[in-house]
Design a protein around this ligand. Structure first.
Ligand code: FAD
Ligand code: 2HG
Ligand code: ZN
Length: 488
């Protein structure tokens, strides 16, 4: 790793695994629920998706029931053993892998759908269900998951809730703070908190589940989720548009609010540098939809219930963009295959970046007018330091993300995670964000990467209250140490 955020040594709890501990785990979990001391088998759980963070855990526990999770956490708490909750291990901030030898509690085997109510559309399931499989289950019943992201084939709903993942349709369906109706979670002392409500309305006491949404495994392990799911739209279409300036991208977004209004379901953008990487690493695999190159691209998705009505709205929107000389070129999908193909451009960008090298990822939210300025400023900074260029330490600086949510993904592709590069970017990116009244984490979370930078977005009294909450729920500090909250 770049080393910047790795603590030099362990702090409490620092106990190491003993034969007695191993005996306990083998007594409660079947053979397929445990990996102990087999380096090759442990590797995929010890390394993160970016291959940036790497721990040295000796034990992965894969419980099948909430009861087992409870027994495991109680034992770890009593014996001061640190743990890392882990879902699909697709997180992008080093939160789901150990820093040292923390025990990994993975939710792979917690994978049952518990119930679905076709009238209210409320789904209740285990935390380890894979997002894409849940969406497939719902599709057969005329519903859909309210969130979608490029990692859908691997990420778990529990991991999504633990990171409060945003994704590609937050613009339309809102955040998990709204759609999650209930959670079942196990506290560090083994208490099972049954808050698995399926009610839309319930104003009784503090809304405890909200604390767990986005808590990144620092308060307990989410074992069950109930979530309100929207009806699957009968008519969906997608257009990809090319723009000459970021100013015009913003004008198009405003126009989409007017012309597409209630059927707008995604408004995503990427820059030409992202397109170059998609082409270079053959992620898309097919012919690119627009022949010429443009500085900016936008993917607009509409979802509604009446195809001719929706298509007419899309046509009006596109005509308005053309008449007002906002857009330069565009393509509209003609069938479902083309919709998938256009989406694969946008969804393939993170993979294209990681194929290009070691990627520094920043996930910033800020007012849309200043959103792309950060990319320009960082390019200038790296250029003037002499590190940006084809054969230099940094080969590419890419900007893309969720325009509709004011969320920029700044990806900086380097030869390797090099302290020289890290020091040029950090804390510059965080200072820049603070100056522009943004957040240093729009949707990926803090994990290990940003724990010590929380002060750029949250005030000292806020951080102090967060630490009190952590202390009262996890007094022994066994849950995901070194992550989320600043050490100082
Ligand atoms: P993990 O990576 O396993 O864990 C993430 C964090 O949650 C860790 O801190 C872990 O300790 C904790 N955790 C996991 N499960 C539990 C549990 N059951 N109880 C308590 N804590 C738990 N994110 C977005 O917001 N929007 C996107 O559009 C998006 N796109 C992505 C695209 C790609 C290609 C990739 C690789 C990632 C993307 N992400 C995106 C990152 C996103 O956070 C994760 O994909 C996802 O939400 C994490 O789920 P996971 O099951 O993989 O969790
Ligand atoms: C996306 O929107 C994800 O594609 C990943 O949030 C962003 O890799 C990234 O920086
Ligand atoms: Zn994103």
């Amino acid at each position: 790793t770049s080393g910047a955020e790795i603590p030099a040594k362990k702090h409490a709890p620092t106990k190491e695994l003993t034969q007695d501990d191993i005996k306990f785990f083998t007594s409660i979990l079947p053979a397929n629920g445990l990996i102990i001391d087999k380096e090759d088998d442990l590797m995929p759980y010890n390394i993160d998706w970016m291959r940036k963070y790497r721990g040295k855990s000796r034990l992965v526990a894969r419980p099948k029931t909430t009861q087992q999770v409870s027994q495991i956490l109680k034992y770890c708490n009593d014996n001061k053993l640190a743990v890392v909750p882990q879902g699909g291990n697709t997180g992008l901030v080093g939160g789901g892998v150990p820093v040292f030898d923390e025990i990994i509690i993975n939710t792979n085997n917690l994978n049952q759908i518990r119930s679905f109510d076709p009238i209210s559309g409320v789904l209740t399931c285990d935390a380890g269900c894979i997002l894409e499989l849940l969406d497939g289950y719902l599709a057969e019943r005329g519903y859909m998951m309210p969130l979608d992201l490029g990692a859908k084939g691997s990420c778990h709903i529990g991991g999504n809730v633990a990171t409060n993942a945003g994704g590609l349709r937050l613009l339309r369906y809102g955040s998990l703070h709204g759609s999650v109706l209930g959670l079942e979670a196990v506290l560090p002392d083994g208490t099972i908190l049954d808050n698995l409500s399926t009610l839309r309305k319930d104003n009784t006491g503090y809304d405890i589940k909200q604390l767990f949404i986005g808590s990144e495994g620092t308060l307990g392990i989410i074992t069950g989720v109930s979530i309100s799911t929207p009806r699957r739209p009968r008519a969906v279409n997608v257009a990809v548009l090319g723009f000459n300036s970021f100013q015009n991208v913003q004008k198009a977004f405003l126009t989409s609010k007017d012309e597409l209004s209630e059927i707008l379901s995604a408004f995503e953008f990427w820059d030409i540098n992202a397109l170059k990487l998609l082409k270079a690493h053959n992620i898309h695999g097919k012919k690119f939809p627009l022949e010429d190159n443009y500085p900016f691209y936008v993917l607009v998705e509409i979802s509604g219930s009446n195809k001719s009505h929706d298509d007419e709205k899309l046509q009006n929107f596109l005509e308005k963009l053309l008449t007002n000389e906002i857009v330069t070129n565009g393509v509209v999908a003609q069938d479902d295959t083309q919709i998938t193909s256009l989406w694969s451009l946008r969804e393939g960008i993170p993979e294209a970046c990681s194929k290009a090298g070691a990627v520094y990822k920043y996930d910033i939210s800020m007012p849309v007018p200043v959103l792309y300025q950060m990319v320009k400023d960082i390019r200038i900074r790296l250029q003037s330091a002499g590190v940006l260029g084809e054969d230099k330490l940094v080969s590419d600086v890419i900007g893309y993300g969720h325009i509709g949510d004011g969320n920029l993904h700044l990806n900086i592709v380097a030869k390797s995670y090099d302290p020289k590069v890290t020091n040029l970017i950090e804390p510059y990116v965080y200072e820049w964000t603070e100056q522009h009244k943004g957040s240093i984490s729009a949707e990926h979370g803090l994990g290990l990467m940003k724990a010590d930078y929380l002060g750029y977005t949250k005030s000292p009294p806020m951080i102090s209250l967060m630490k009190q909450i952590k202390q009262s729920i996890d007094p022994n500090g066994i849950m995901n140490p070194y992550k989320f909250l600043p050490t100082q």
